[in-house]
Design a binder for this molecule. Sequence first.
Ligand code: FAD
Ligand code: NDP
Length: 515
Amino acid sequence: MIVCKHSRTFPLKQLSKHCRNLRYFSSASPEEYDLVVIGGGSGGLACAKAASQLEKRVAVLDFVTPSPQGSSWGLGGTCVNVGCIPKKLMHQASLLGEAIHDSKAYGWRVPDHPHNDWETLSTAVQNHVKSLNWGHRVQLKDKKVEYINGLGSFEDPHTVRVRDKAGKEKLLRTKNTVIAVGVRPHIPSQIPGAMEHSITSDDLFWMKKSPGKTLLIGASYIALETGGFLNGLGFDTTIMVRSRPLKQFDQQMGGLVADSMEAKGTRFLKNCVPVSIEKDAGGGLKVTYKNLTDRQTQEGVFDTVMFATGRHAVTKNLNLEAVGVKVDPNTNKVIGGHEGDNERSSAPNIYAIGDILHGRLELTPVAIKAGQLLAERLFGGSRVQMDYDLVPTTVFTPLEYGVVGISEEEAISRHGADKIEVYHAFYTPLEFAIPQKNAKQCYIKGVCFGDKILGLHLIGPNAGEVIQGFAVALRCGATWSGLTGSVGIHPTTAEEVVKLHITKRSGLDPNVTGC
Ligand code: FAD
Ligand code: NDP
């Protein structure tokens, strides 16, 4: 006998066709869980743990559909397995290479040509990631969140169907559901050979063999960060740019980041798009690409081709139509904002957080904060909404780019050029002096509307660490006079921010000199 979602019992053979795979249905009570979270990534885990801390019965489902190239990983979602964590560790490996090089000028005796061993690096990174997978499992157990390694979809607004790896299914009854399924990288299938011969960031960090000579297609966060660390690790690296590097950021800053990478040896194919990819006689990947300026096609041969052309929502298999959850027709992401709640979908007891929420930033701390606040609203009596404004971010290129607030272009389009004051400075980090490193792209920009700071942009070493503090200040209402009236810490990069005084409008030389 088996119990259906309407709490009626049937002999197994009488189950309807769509229930054929159903082997088990948990039926202890009509509302078995207070919360089921579909997706055990940054947002889903944070939300599930916060709800459980509020004494609620919570289950979190996580299932990794292998990439087309067969890569798969454990609990924790994109950030832990194929995102922030392995990326930042490889960024660090690349910075260490640069530091070894610089150390000679500081008196260290090191080999002339130190080289990185990919197998050692990737094994170390993977082992760390596996330890985090384990840590997440332990935390869920400690916090009494039920973890189910299965693919979730909706049966009805209060029932979630879970299918495990072996195809075994069960149904969970729940009062509330949070969709936190994230997004996945996308390979444009219309490009002949792309699906067969290329990889994405989902594969790179799990590659056993070194990537060798690499082409990255795309010019946003992922392409530039990956290009930066691969070049720093000693690989011949090329980035194919369709329009502009870091198009969604301040244009001047995006251009400077690309220039800094070019100066370190990364090649850029500008205004180009891929046409086809095929294996050549020597086993390399022959990429034919078109230059959008002169319409000419050219070819290049690479060992690895990685698409970083955006990440897409995979909401189709969630059966959202059945429960009335509306998605944006272009992004397929869940539309939130219903009933005055940022994360509430068009179905009353179904919410969405993190990358899958339409129109919001795809960043780990955003997913985590939104998940925690949602749990507190659902179960803790809180009314605090997630504030998606003034979210800081950093592009972890070799010279990092940290930013909080809006670009110069956006500020001008909102308020008019005559109302916007841009303070800026090119500076040389002290540590660059002895090895005589190129500091041409170390640049800071403050975009102001009167005394209000609309945007703060910094390119330089450790920009992520520096910008975090300024982002807190901005949230607490810091003004331009307050910021520049502050005393710096000498000698640091961060002090250059509080020393900003030259406006673009003045036309004065923005190169900082002296102490
Ligand atoms: P995810 O972390 O993607 O988790 C979703 C989980 O749900 C996944 O495990 C998925 O397999 C699972 N799932 C999907 N469908 C189902 C289903 N039907 N049933 C069960 N489980 C399902 N952000 C930063 O802030 N800083 C960075 O430095 C940074 N670097 C990045 C580098 C790269 C290469 C990438 C790709 C991303 C990076 N990000 C970074 C973005 C960050 O990883 C994401 O914003 C974050 O992981 C989003 O969290 P999430 O909870 O929305 O989704
Ligand atoms: P984005 O969507 O930000 O950028 C896609 C890039 O691919 C653009 O440069 C775009 O060019 C290009 N592109 C798209 N389609 C094609 C095509 N058919 N041919 C050639 N080029 C194409 O994607 P990412 O994958 O880089 O990043 C996804 C998100 O992940 C980011 O928005 C970010 O939120 C998050 N992330 C955060 C990080 C961090 O915090 N440090 C690091 C990495 C990711 P065009 O500009 O011309 O449209």
